[in-house]
Write a protein that binds this ligand. Sequence first.
Ligand code: SF4
Length: 182
Amino acid sequence: MDKVRFATVWLAGCSGCHMSFLDMDEWLIELAQHVDVVYSPVGSDLKHYPENVDVCLVEGGIANEDNLELILQVRRQTKILISFGDCAVTANVPAMRNMLGGAEPVLKRAYLELGDVGPQLPHEPGIVPELLDRVLPVHEVVPVDIYMPGCPPPADRIRATLEPLLRGEMPLMEGREMIKFG
Ligand code: SF4
């Protein structure tokens, strides 16, 4: 049986969901026997998201132009896209800045009003990605196949989501163990 082409993506999140992924400990060895990790901040050095990905865990909301470009590419090139954690599912913590009303007031608050030394706005086209006015959950930008809430989702939930996928089945995301937020 062909290995599953597996990816994980880190957008606007704290990486805690990826840390929880690593908490699967010895099951990662079993997972490695069934998947090829074709893109991931924790398992691959590839800079470009590849074609024909079977399963992708997406951590984080969509907060800037880079996030937006990557999630559109991920959707085009992935069969099963999983919103991985509360920041992907609801935008969660990164979306707290939405209350300030747009990218400009957020940047002014962070870099001018609260800047202790030499306050200035970051502006380096092509290097510093432009902020979007609002941080968005993944499903507001592209269709999502599976929602896996949790901040972070516990390792057992990640494993219980991935195991059926490795058998070619969709996981049943229901009940407290699978869909509890926070
Ligand atoms: S859901 Fe929680 S653990 Fe995951 S990226 Fe967001 S804040 Fe971090």
